[in-house]
Design a protein around this ligand. Structure first.
Ligand SMILES: Cc1ncc(COP(=O)(O)O)c(C=O)c1O
Length: 466
């Protein structure tokens, strides 16, 4: 009988435990596994069990590839899957001032290794970009913060997960979330738990958040919360001031029970509506008992997805704790990518600290935000006219629409050449990559896709689908 992976695993376990009668390998007995000519590579893998069945491609990138292949074959395809800001003519939006900053970096500096934690001027600039200068009112937060440079916001999330959760523990996030949270967690032997994101009135579900956080703490003795506001991916939702105040109180109270780290992923924050940075006013409250983390990223902020520049900022009131955190997250840099892209770090520092360049890049971003805002307006108008149900959407790259069967909705839309991303209970639409004139087609396809799912649910006896 040929060996299968399972039978080899079973035999090894028996041998190691001594149950085979051969004894414990640690006592010096040498063990030779039976050689079997029938052992073939399609039956066993050299990978560890956890790694054998991993998907090689991100589902969103797979959908994008399919959409591109159909477009290349001549079909009229509308691809609203990809989370990068595109011009109406399909070109990637860029900010020219960023390239002026790149050009200003001396080659001998760009080519040298960056310090492991990132250049101190970069770290200072990122902290002040997040919380304001130490002399300003919210700037006291800056004075209580440390940071390291990371490979994009993704790197910051990784470092938070491995330093604020033990293996086997779960981070807590909203029921709709950016799926790489789960990939990073699984890859590092952690998990993801979620709570219901919206209440019956469509507002952020503070009660569900509080209950889940309490449960997390009672089960694992600590908690790492990951939020992504303003401009949440995938729903597009931004918390208002009242919701932030509620969140801050809940985090402060939870922090009295156990170590709590609250991370806000700022991937799309620069694209929020005016006033959406008011969340910072609530950090004092959280920081009374909790550590506040920020995943800062240049990817969307400077339309530099490929530069892989980000930072993990940690706000902690206690100086000793700050030092421990700074050491731990710097250690994680060394234990993963060592040093970040130095040209990118130096150019982004220039953009954040050189007054003239900063003014230019801010103006360029304002133009992009205006264009995206115009799309959001058209979308809201068209979607409301067709009675589509979705969370409050005031800006940002994405919006999600509820459906009883996301796969069926997506398949119905793909049949008419429109690509969106199905998730559990909703589909994600990337307005950032949808040309403004194509929005009416997108919304009409959404309507048909969601109607198909509702009809199917009704036919199967689900009376809750509207
Ligand atoms: C919600 C969210 N967080 C974090 C990231 C990380 O982006 P990056 O690693 O490019 O900074 C993304 C990118 O798409 C995102 O959508």
């Amino acid at each position: 009988m040929p060996y299968t992976r399972a039978s080899i695993h079973g035999d090894l376990t028996k041998l190691r435990s001594g149950a085979s009668g051969l004894g414990n390998p640690a006592c010096g007995l040498s063990i030779t596994l039976p050689v079997n000519d029938a052992l073939t590579t399609d039956q066993i893998s050299h990978l560890i069990d956890a790694a054998t069945d991993r998907p090689g491609d991100d589902p969103i990138f797979s959908l994008n590839s399919e959409a591109k292949a159909r477009a290349a074959a001549g079909e009229d395809i509308l691809n609203a899957t990809i989370g990068a800001l595109m011009e109406d003519d399909g070109r990637l939006c860029v900010m020219p001032a960023v390239f002026t900053a790149y050009a200003s970096v001396p080659p001998t500096k760009a080519a040298a290794y960056a310090p492991i934690a990132g250049d101190p001027p970069f770290l200072r600039a990122v902290i002040e970009d997040t919380f304001g200068a130490p002399t300003s009112k919210p700037g006291t937060l800056s004075a209580h913060s440390v940071a390291v440079a990371t490979a994009g916001g993704t790197g910051a999330l990784h470092h938070a997960i491995v330093n604020f959760l033990d293996p086997g523990q779960a981070l807590l996030t909203t029921e709709y979330f950016w799926t790489p949270y789960k990939i990073i967690a699984n890859h590092t032997r952690r998990a993801v738990e979620t709570f219901e994101m919206f209440d019956e009135s469509g507002r952020f579900n503070l009660k569900a958040f509080e209950e889940s956080l309490t449960w997390s703490i009672s089960r694992q003795g600590r908690a790492l919360v990951i939020f992504n506001f303003p401009c949440h991916n995938p729903t597009g939702y931004s918390l208002d001031d009242e919701e932030w105040a509620g969140v801050a109180n809940i985090v402060r109270e939870a922090g009295r029970q156990a170590p709590v780290a609250f991370l806000n992923d700022l991937a799309y924050a620069r694209y929020g509506r005016e006033g959406s940075e008011s969340w910072i006013q609530h950090l004092d409250t959280m920081a009374e008992t909790a550590v506040v983390l920020v995943a800062w990223s240049a990817s969307k902020t400077f339309a530099q997805y490929g530069a892989r520049i980000g930072a993990l900022v940690a706000l902690a009131n206690d100086a000793d704790e700050r030092e421990r955190i700074a050491n731990a997250i710097s250690f994680s840099c060394r234990g993963t990518w060592s040093n970040c892209n130095h040209l990118g770090l130096l150019a982004i520092t220039e953009l954040l600290t050189n007054a003239e360049l900063r003014q230019r890049v801010d103006a360029e971003r304002a133009g992009l935000i205006r264009d995206l805002g115009a799309r959001v307006e058209v979308f809201n108008r068209e979607a409301e006219a067709l009675g589509l149900v979705y969370p409050r959407y005031e800006g940002g790259f994405f919006v999600s629409l509820f459906t009883p069967d996301a796969e069926l909705t997506a398949a119905t839309m793909r049949a008419e050449g429109v690509y969106i991303v199905p998730m559990k209970g909703a589909v994600r639409v990337a307005l950032c990559s949808t040309p403004t004139p194509a929005i009416p087609r997108l919304v009409a396809a959404l309507k048909r896709g969601i109607d198909a799912a509702v009809d199917a649910a009704r036919a199967s006896g689900d009376t809750t689908s509207k």
